[in-house]
Design a protein around this ligand. Structure first.
Ligand SMILES: *Cc1c(COP(=O)(O)O)cnc(C)c1O
Length: 458
């Protein structure tokens, strides 16, 4: 029987096949990710130092390197049921277009209004904030995907949501901003005069259009100075990868249902949360010696944390107020060129993925922006979905691998994460279509200059 008769275009799970627990890959790692450090003392942060900023239960999850399975509370699973299980799609049309013997599957996380996987963690973080009896949460957003996801989650649990949106995005992406306001969030362009740090920055740089680092600083200040508020973050942290493991668990369940064994798993990597979530259960098998997979992180060549960064302790934010994390980093002062994949413009990488990469358990490669949009267009024309620029990094690598299979005749099974849709990114598509898109690649000197400013630890 051919695959086409045996395996549907979309593999859906039943609601009762959805995971009941998240999987914590740290439990199976021999070399645990390095702990967050207090930037003042250089010592590992203790739970009580983190609870003024983050919700209590999320702090526990952040520090938990031992428990492999953490039950997903019923309230969160009820929300997940609105848009999950998400489909695992067999890309028959793309395979045909490429004339490849490879079998290509993608896990599609764009089927919710926020348009990305970020909702998987937003809903968990909002739930724990509500359970703790808090009034609201604060956060920053750049391109707007995280702010959108969080505002949806907060409206569901009736929590106040204060979003500091980088001023340039606030002005250039009015539609994202209005989606957030529709869900009841207050959206403030950053830097603003609502925080001390914002006022100081405005005084020093009156005309500034803001940065993610500056928005983080404002959101953290707003959380610590407003009674009943905590700060939440959409990527990088261990807790976020834990919540995103729902992607990988569903993917594995869907593959197992049809007896499919993946050879290769590919995902785009900004802060590492979707990739970390997608690969978690597969990496678990690899760590326990039960199976082997080739795992590939794909990043933009304009912000190449894995492929050209250094594994070292660094600040998580440009404002240098957040804890220090050991990660592959380009240095917190690295300002990536205005790349159109906003969600991949982060200087660092998840500490979990950084450790796995350093241990040789996964690979990374960087791809150029125009090649990414070319892959996005090829994909859209045959598979129908209009992919987010971030997601299209994974598409690029999947197509490249499928083309290698065409040369060698290998029938590899490739699984990649399609993290979201690109409806709010049409300016980027427009640039690509008009031939105005640039491929910026930082020089060695630029990266070295930023790395020279890494914090020094004794
Ligand atoms: C934020 C985002 C990413 C990158 O974030 P990770 O934490 O690396 O997963 C990728 N794709 C989309 C659609 C995003 O919104």
């Amino acid at each position: 029987m051919t695959d086409k008769n045996r395996i549907p275009y979309k593999i859906y799970l039943e609601e009762n096949e959805m995971p009941q627990s998240w999987y914590n890959v740290r439990a199976d790692m021999a070399n645990k990710p390095a702990p967050l450090l207090n930037p003042g003392t250089g010592q590992p942060l203790k739970a009580e130092e983190l609870t003024p900023i983050f919700c209590e239960e999320l702090v526990q999850q952040e520090l938990d390197n031992e428990n492999a399975y953490i039950p997903i509370p019923q309230e969160i699973r009820d929300f997940y049921r609105m848009y999950r299980p998400s489909p695992l799609v067999r890309a028959y049309c793309l395979e045909e277009k490429l004339q490849t013997p490879a079998k290509i599957y993608y896990k599609f996380e764009g089927n919710n209004t926020s348009g990305s996987h970020k909702l998987n963690s937003a809903i968990a973080q909002a739930y724990y904030a509500k359970k703790q009896g808090l009034r609201g949460v604060t956060t920053e957003t750049g391109a707007g995907q995280w702010g959108t996801a969080l505002s949806m989650a907060c409206s569901y649990f009736d929590l106040d949501c204060k979003v500091y949106m980088v001023k340039v995005s606030y002005e250039q992406k009015p539609f994202r901003r209005e989606v957030m306001r529709t869900y009841g969030a207050s959206v403030t362009p950053s830097p603003s005069d609502t925080t001390e740090v914002g006022r100081a920055i405005l005084k020093e740089h009156p005309g500034t259009t803001g940065s993610l680092g500056c928005a983080i600083s404002e959101a953290v200040e707003a959380a610590t100075k407003n009674e009943g508020y905590r700060y939440v973050l959409g990527s990088v942290l261990n807790q976020v990868l834990l919540h995103q493991s729902v992607i990988g668990l569903e993917t594995k369940a869907a593959l197992d249902k049809y007896g499919i064994k993946a050879d290769m798993i590919i995902g785009c990597a900004g802060g590492g949360s979707n990739l970390g979530g997608l690969i978690s259960p597969f990496m678990g098998e690899k760590l326990r010696g039960e199976a082997d997979y080739q795992i590939i992180a794909v990043e933009p060549s304009s912000c190449p944390s894995f492929t050209r960064g250094t594994y070292a302790y660094d600040f998580c934010d440009t404002g240098m107020i957040c804890p220090l994390a050991k990660m592959y980093t380009l240095g917190s002062s690295f300002i990536p060129a205005p790349n159109h994949a906003g969600g991949l413009r982060y200087h660092g990488m998840s500490p979990i993925l950084s450790q796995l990469y350093d241990d040789g358990l996964m690979e990374a490669r960087s791809v150029r922006q125009t090649d990414v949009f070319q892959a996005a267009e090829t994909f859209a024309r045959v598979e129908g979905i209009l992919p987010a620029p971030e997601s299209s990094h994974a598409i690029r690598a999947a197509i490249d691998e499928a083309m290698k299979c065409k040369e060698t005749g290998e029938e590899k099974t490739i699984v990649f994460g399609l993290t979201g849709t690109g409806y709010f990114d049409m300016t980027a598509y427009e640039k690509f279509h008009n031939g105005e898109m640039e491929n910026y690649v930082p020089s060695d000197d630029e990266i070295a200059a930023s790395l020279a400013r890494l914090p020094r630890l004794n």
